[in-house]
Design a protein around this ligand. Sequence first.
Ligand SMILES: CC(=O)[C@@H](O)[C@H](O)COP(=O)(O)O
Ligand SMILES: NCC(=O)COP(=O)(O)O
Length: 246
Amino acid sequence: MTLLSVNLNAVAQLRNRRDLPWPSVTGTARVVLDAGASGITVHPRPDERHIRRSDVFELSDVLRSEYSETEFNIEGYPSEDFLELIEQVNPQQVTLVPDDPAQATSDHGWDFVGKGNFLRSVVQRLKRPDRRISLFCDPDAGEAGIAAAKATGADRVELFTGPYGACFDDAAEAERQLSALAVTCRAALDAGLGVNAGHDLTLVNLPDFQKAVPGVAEVSIGHGITADALLMGFAEATRRYLAVLA
Ligand SMILES: CC(=O)[C@@H](O)[C@H](O)COP(=O)(O)O
Ligand SMILES: NCC(=O)COP(=O)(O)O
């Protein structure tokens, strides 16, 4: 079974449109965990465009006090600020992503060979018996990339599914992306690494992904599930407003 970690970046981004506390990031975390999600993912970017530092601490408090079995997954580029945040919050999983601070969103995995020494030192600093380290991984990382990822001491890789998610209107390209993801996933599992996956996964593209790429331990999903939640929830919200106005 593949676990679902819900990424709350998009909820925080909506909240940040106004200087108001809704939609509530911690409130949404409670809703998705009560509905059966296994974890919460956030990617606090340096400009705080969505998740703020304060959200990370508030979420951590809620998860520890109310959902002790839940995994908190914090993603980000391992800057000194990020490493200190991880040391303070102590989440169960950290996903290291090679993002430039100005980047609009995550769009590539690590160069495991070129950045091997850097990643090894970061993994050594962050790794603890109760904390898993995962490394964001290109779909075509291949066996050499996976061997270098394994050599860093990380526990898992997270397959970057953005290129697959972008093929929503190109079935042939989606097939090619799935083949590459399956090869990299197999290589990671054979190397003894766990495998996560994420970026632009949706209700529509997840079934084919599940079939083509077996063995994935966890997917993290934010943008797609937020879009679905809006459409699935607007009818009920509208009815409630109308009831107030009647
Ligand atoms: C792994 C990763 O870094 C992302 O998929 C991410 O969390 C998305 O970030 P944004 O929500 O900022 O686009
Ligand atoms: N770790 C990837 C992730 O959280 C995916 O986020 P999104 O692309 O679904 O918003």
